[in-house]
Design a protein around this ligand. Structure first.
Ligand code: ADP
Ligand code: MG
Length: 235
């Protein structure tokens, strides 16, 4: 079964007397453990598409199925529960909680979203700190970390609940090139290790080359014949 299936997916936003067609009917499937990207200029619909896949926003047309669940059957409460169980998020500006340490930021979803018992939490947080190479920075707060280190913590936080899917909206936009490569490389490695599907968006052609499956977007549509698949066991 595909992890994500979209058929003629659409999103309109009302804007005064008019309507913005942010996503104008896109169709695609994403398989488990893949490393996929949506690529396009600013305003092409990447965030809107990721927000629909993340159950943060509802489609206005077409059909979107996540792990066999048609998102149209979810209401606000069940969508939140679905997100908490199955989906992790990584953002452009890291979105860490400033007063919490790296350790506490990673622990947060286990406390607030999945309510894990205390004895299991610490082992899980430690293993994620290891996985992203931040074990020695566990007690630092975000303002004591570099951009790349912050994004490592954010990637660990996204993975801590062991979601099937991680969505990363322009995760490298605020990082220099070398750090950006390292973060994408880390996500790719974690995909293999945890069998998590990653979908990221970018407008950076160099970063895009790291994806195994790429969908090019323009004005809310996929470009013709645009799907690119690259080699590797998971492509
Ligand atoms: P990208 O992430 O590729 O920059 P977005 O998905 O943010 O693109 O936006 C796609 C289009 O939808 C843009 O024209 C944007 O202005 C519009 N848009 C996005 N969100 C809203 C909203 N909440 N209300 C109205 N228009 C929106
Ligand atoms: Mg965007």
């Amino acid at each position: 079964m595909s992890l994500v299936t979209a058929e003629n997916l659409q999103k309109d936003y009302p804007l005064g007397d008019t309507v913005v067609h942010a996503v104008r009917g896109v169709s695609f499937t994403i398989e488990p453990a893949s490393f996929a990207s949506f690529v396009g200029p600013s305003g092409s619909g990447k965030t809107t598409l990721l927000n629909m896949i993340g159950c943060l926003d509802r489609p206005t047309g077409g059909r979107l199925t996540l792990m066999g669940t048609d998102v149209a059957t979810l209401n606000q409460r069940t969508a939140a529960a679905f997100r908490g169980e199955h989906i992790g998020f990584v953002f452009q500006d890291f979105n860490l909680i400033p007063v919490l340490t790296a350790y506490e930021n990673i622990e947060y979803p286990l406390l607030m979203v999945q309510r894990w018992p205390a004895d299991k939490r610490s082992a899980r947080v430690r293993s994620l700190l290891e996985a992203v190479g931040m074990a020695d920075q566990a007690d630092k707060r975000p303002d004591q970390l570099s951009g790349g280190q912050k994004q490592r913590v954010a990637v660990a936080r996204a993975l801590v609940t062991n979601p099937k899917l991680v969505l990363a909206d322009e995760p490298t936009a605020n990082l220099d090139h070398e750090t950006a490569y390292r973060i994408i490389g880390l996500m790719k490695q974690l995909r293999t290790e945890f069998k998590t599907t990653f979908i990221f968006s970018t407008h950076d052609p160099k970063i895009m080359a790291e994806a195994e499956v790429t969908y090019f977007m323009e004005d809310g549509r996929f470009l013709e014949g645009n799907e690119t698949r690259r080699g590797g066991a998971h492509a």
